[in-house]
Design a protein around this ligand. Structure first.
Ligand code: ASP
Length: 324
């Protein structure tokens, strides 16, 4: 019988609706008591590690989860399930994907409806996540996110709807598998990338989204010695309004790495346009193109690379290889 470790961290999956209809955290996690669901098939160990709404989750919390999983791997568990609030689930999942060895299945799940709401999806997603973690085919898939009968890579999945249970989607690339008739089935493989076994996380890594008519104010506001890096969500294929360029140049002159992604939901950033503020000019100025990741994922990757003491060409290579 396989041993699966369930690490609970909070989120709607562990919350309940009160008489006023407000969704609130509980002292006792209602889902932790539901071990009966796979009784006799799986040895489930539970760790109530945190009870946080996911907007309260920080990189330090992510690092503690990573360290807990490393210990579980040493202890010989067969798989890990993490329950997490959905707002920042994709960031924690990707942090773990970048920092854990790809040795056992690690599955992240959550819920859009709290434990006592009609049609609550928490217990169902939790059960499916355990099934995926205990499936032999899940080895070597990297960290995956299981929600609403779909298996997504942590690298590309994103929350796309504020309340719908089908909120987690993988734009451009699609899910890699599904859960059907109590089985996990895979249809795609993930390209493996570098793992960074970090034990510290840097601060001062920011994310700024470009918009029509933008100027340099936000860039100048973070131009100080505490800033370690910036992810810039450019327009379209990866372009910015020309009025931002002097401030972007000042950040680069201050040796602050700037990673360029697209603010578009689909597709990848590319250096196509050769006009003032176009992607080609941004590349010539020294920004780093990161293809395939959204802004929040690129920020996690930059934070992990900087926390692993990367800089210069090594950091550029690490960030630029998102889909190669
Ligand atoms: N706001 C909640 C959280 O992220 C949403 C959820 O868990 O679905 O903690």
């Amino acid at each position: 019988m396989k041993t699966i470790l369930a690490i609970h961290t909070g989120g709607t999956i562990s919350m309940s609706q009160n008489e006023k209809g407000e969704v609130v955290p509980n002292d006792e996690n209602p889902i932790a008591e539901e071990q009966v669901i796979l009784k006799g098939q799986i040895n489930l160990i539970t760790d109530e590690m945190f009870n946080l709404p996911s907007p309260h989750v920080t990189p330090e919390v992510m690092l503690k989860i990573k360290q807990r999983i490393m210990k579980a791997i040493d202890d010989g568990v067969d798989g890990v399930v993490i329950t997490h609030g959905t707002d920042t689930l994709e960031e924690t999942a990707y942090f773990l994907d970048l920092t854990l060895p790809n040795t056992i299945p690690v599955v992240v799940t959550g819920a859009m409806r709290s434990s006592n709401e009609i049609g609550s999806d928490g217990l169902y997603n939790f059960r499916n996540a355990i099934l995926v973690a205990a499936t032999d085919e899940s080895y070597g898939k990297g960290v995956v996110v299981v929600m609403n009968d779909e298996i997504h890579t942590a690298r590309y999945v994103t929350k796309t709807h504020t309340t719908n249970v089908a909120t987690f989607r993988t734009p451009t690339f699609g899910p890699i598998g599904i859960v059907t008739q109590n089985k996990a089935k895979y249809f795609q493989e993930l390209i493996q990338t570098e793992v960074c076994d970090i034990n510290q996380v840097v601060e001062g890594v920011y994310l700024i989204k470009a918009y029509a008519g933008m100027d340099g104010t936000l860039f100048d506001a973070i131009n100080n010695d505490n800033t370690k890096g910036l992810v810039l969500e450019g327009l379209g294929a990866g372009n910015v309004p020309p009025q931002t360029l002097p401030a972007i140049q000042r950040l680069l002159d201050n040796h602050i790495p700037i990673v360029l992604v697209s603010r578009c939901y689909n597709g990848v950033a590319q250096d196509i346009y050769d006009y003032e503020g176009g992607g080609i000019q941004l590349m010539k100025m020294g920004t780093i193109l990161c293809q395939g990741l959204n802004g929040q994922k690129a920020r996690i990757k930059l934070l992990v690379g900087l926390s692993d003491n990367m800089s210069g060409d090594e950091l550029r290579e690490f960030m630029g290889n998102a889909i190669s």
